[in-house]
Design a binder for this molecule. Structure first.
Ligand code: KIV
Length: 246
């Protein structure tokens, strides 16, 4: 699984036969250039989900419920998830955390027929209270809570859980205890699947080098060199040439 935000990348991801894509609220940081995911709106998630679907007709799409779109009441959560399902062709939604309130939201959405993916560990929408973007579940107490939360998400009806930035042994224990699939990001290899932020795995930001990330290419450098070459070609009148002219 990988995140995706537009039709061009969605087409490539579908051709590569990945299992599914996440229209993550990480788009706030990697596409919009914001400091966090908090400003991302429901309208923006809907807009990007529709672009992704145009590029990939058949791939399962999970769309993030953005910050404050599911927090104030179960009714609000239902109408936010309902908008995603009615106004896009997403297949499921994702929300962060396993508070009692979130569990009741998941239970209700499941009853209505909206599949929900959970998200535990580093939940970026709560980075203020988590003290930043760091590994979660280091203490015994926190590890037990993570396991409890994962079991509660499953019992509430989540079809899968993302585990972000948790120790590999904790992710392994959760994966063993759950029937539903775990999807890891910075959670080691003993999970059922992996997810990465598309722009991160393509190497779009040379300054972003977390331990969990593998960059499969240096797209920043490739694009930079292409831009410089294009500029040189235009300035030296090498482009356009006869071949590029009518
Ligand atoms: O928003 C996102 O991209 C995510 C992934 C990091 C799991 O939630």
């Amino acid at each position: 699984m990988v995140t995706c935000y537009d039709a061009s990348f969605a087409r490539i991801i579908a051709h590569a036969e990945l299992d599914c894509v996440l229209v993550g609220d990480s788009l706030g940081m990697v596409v919009q250039g914001r400091e966090s995911t908090l400003p991302v709106t429901l309208d923006e998630i809907i807009y990007h989900t529709n672009m992704v679907r145009r590029g990939a007709k058949d791939i399962p799409i999970i769309s993030d419920l953005p910050f404050m779109s599911y927090h104030s009441s179960v009714g609000d959560a239902i109408s936010s998830a309902g908008r995603i399902m009615k106004e896009t062709s997403a297949d499921a939604v994702k929300l962060e955390g396993a508070s009692d309130f979130n569990l009741s939201v998941i239970h209700r959405l499941r009853e209505i027929g909206i599949p929900v993916m959970g998200h535990l560990g580093l939940t970026p929408q709560s980075f203020h209270v988590l003290g930043g973007y760091k590994v979660q579940g280091k203490s015994k107490e926190d590890q037990e809570k993570l396991i409890r939360d994962a079991l509660n998400l499953e019992a509430a009806g989540a079809f899968s859980v993302v585990l972000e930035m948790v120790p590999a042994n904790v992710a392994k224990e959760i994966t063993t205890q759950l029937q539903i699939p775990t999807i890891g990001i910075g959670a080691g290899k003993y999970v059922d699947g992996q997810v990465l932020v598309l722009y991160d795995l393509l190497g779009m930001n040379p300054e972003f080098t977390p331990k969990f990330l593998k960059k499969y290419m240096n797209l920043y450098q490739t694009i930079l060199e292409s831009m410089k070459q294009y500029k040189r070609d235009v300035e030296t009148e090498t482009f356009p040439n006869e071949e590029n002219s009518f």
